[in-house]
Design a protein around this ligand. Sequence first.
Ligand code: C2E
Ligand code: CA
Ligand code: CA
Ligand code: CA
Length: 277
Amino acid sequence: AKLDGGGTVRRFDPELFALEEQRRKAEGDILRALDVGEFEVHYQPIVDLDGEHTVGVEALVRWRHPERGLVPPGVFLDMAESLGLLPRLGGWVLEEACRQAVNWQRQFPGFEMNVNLSASQLTNPHLVAEVRAILERTGLDPEHLVLELTESVALTDLVESARVLSELKSLGVRIALDDFGTGFSSLSHLSALPVDVVKIDRSFVQAMPDSGGASVAEAVLHIARTFNLAPVAEGVEDAAQAEWLRELACSRAQGYHFARPMPALGVTELLDRQADR
Ligand code: C2E
Ligand code: CA
Ligand code: CA
Ligand code: CA
């Protein structure tokens, strides 16, 4: 036991200490990685289902770790978020993605860039000013930027989220609800939030019924149309799912069946081939 300044006795807890140590180390690691440039943005094509050409991409962060190799976001994003580092990391991703989008738009005007926003970014009071500054620095036409957020993020404080989203939209960017249908959404929330696009979660896309049975994907598509939202199907892994979505008149899709997330150069090559077609 140890006496701290206030005169109260605090017991030394080795488990808590180890956890604290771990967090401190993770924080140092992430800050260092930001400084030396170990984060990378990969891009997954979003295709138009008739013709299957790439109309845009989703930016997905990765960590090129010197010992651990290419680390997916599932491994470090929650930690970065809980350490309060997501506004910085996310800001870097956004700027990188916008710069890249300007590049690709020289060849394909109208090419779209989707970027994910975390909970702490949405509640960050500097978000709108930062997005504006990034749009100015990169020269990206805001019309071609789609900011994705999950329902759980948007619904923690509905009134405040709606206010921030409206401010973002006044910059000219569009808003997508990510993983749509998996959260605690109710239809009234949908109409309360200024959303333009819904991304249909892959769990629904992959639950394609055997023979024309009812499906959640169909219901979600119906909701999207009712609210005048553009649907994008996520996690399309085979031709049958793509065909099914085409039949349901879902015009846009994303998934391993079309392309995996890839470094920027891969997208440039893909667009070159597409231009030659
Ligand atoms: P998400 O936004 O739902 O992104 C789609 C995830 O599904 C990506 O995983 C992608 O690689 C994966 N995916 C794409 N097609 C398929 C498919 O056909 N089948 C399957 N099974 N998976 C597919 P990834 O890159 O590991 O990202 C995981 C999550 O991390 C993302 O889910 C997103 O929530 C978050 N994330 C990634 N990058 C960022 C970022 O820059 N900022 C923030 N805030 N979150 C990010
Ligand atoms: Ca997303
Ligand atoms: Ca998603
Ligand atoms: Ca997800």
